[in-house]
Design a protein. Sequence first.
Length: 393
Amino acid sequence: MLDRIKTLAEKLAPRLIEIRRHIHAHPELSGQEYQTAAYIAGVLSSCGLHVEEEIGKTGVVGELEGLGHSDRRLAIRTDMDALPINERVDLDFASRKPGVMHACGHDIHSTLGLGTAMILSQLREELPGNVRFLFQPAEEIAQGAGWMIRDGAMRDVNGILGVHVFPSIPARSIGIRYGALTAAADELEIFIQGESGHGARPHEAKDAIWIAAQAISTLQQAISRTQNPLRPIVLTFGQISGGRAPNVIADRVRLAGTARSLHPETYQNLPQWIEGIVASICSTYGAKYEFNYKRQVPSVQNDGVMTQLIEEAAREAWGSDRVQRIPEPSLGAEDFSLYLEHAPGSMFRLGVGIPGKPNHPLHHPAFEADEAAIVTGVVTLAYAAFKYWDLKD
């Protein structure tokens, strides 16, 4: 079966590159993936899949029914949205939309999903069960997975696979990680309410800017002394606003930021811990506060069995020298984690680093990906899908 999958992938390679370049040249922002979704739906329909559009607003679901006797269903999730970045790469197929770019490789992700569907559809008679392809919108704003789940995308799914390109891994190599792959990411907003006054008489006021600064400093210091250092937390305040004039003490300040963590217990306790410190600081200096905490996505925790499935498929397909264990998780976030609340699954990294070129990071305006990795990703996903039915129920 592996040889047949590889042969099909090699034959499809020119078409897959064509698909990738079309999607790359026509990027669409989160929640606006209308043309991308229509294009993907057309390719899936041409392969004989049952296609549903507008799942999760602009998402697409393709259902491939194998002719075997298993009632288990495997999902394969890829994402479609681009970023508000102006591309700085001189390519024939560079973005035709100023200020919008596939700087995170979702054009390749969508191509991998389509390529896997194209191969498995040709092997339908030997496919033991059903495969559901999820083409997700709005990953970059951590909303799309939730939208698709609410529209039933994970109904009757027993396992799920995902993939993300990575420029620091050489093209055509696979990165595997057991356990935590990415961090939980939440948003927080804090308002500090003091009392205004003249800049020359600070003792008659309650300086909201100074109190906010105390809260920021205390929170950052407290991480190293009150939290387990083996369970990392990153707390970033990216916005601070307040005050009306240089000589007027500010009475109200807004702080906005993000909290990231890896350990489930830390994730659960973070809101109470942050608010407790803010409340203590404000009480000490006679200020009031408002605290808003918004859960975004939990940590991606790769299931051991599903991760082993990908690792074995990749090693059999490409050899051990092209499969590497990822030594540490990323503190970036991925809403693939929401699917894992409904079925065991795993996400792997696909190397796209170009030999002899600077490998700019994801979300960089000069990010490039080696298209040779597309066949690697498609074969790995298709072969892992076949091997999925060898797992015990």
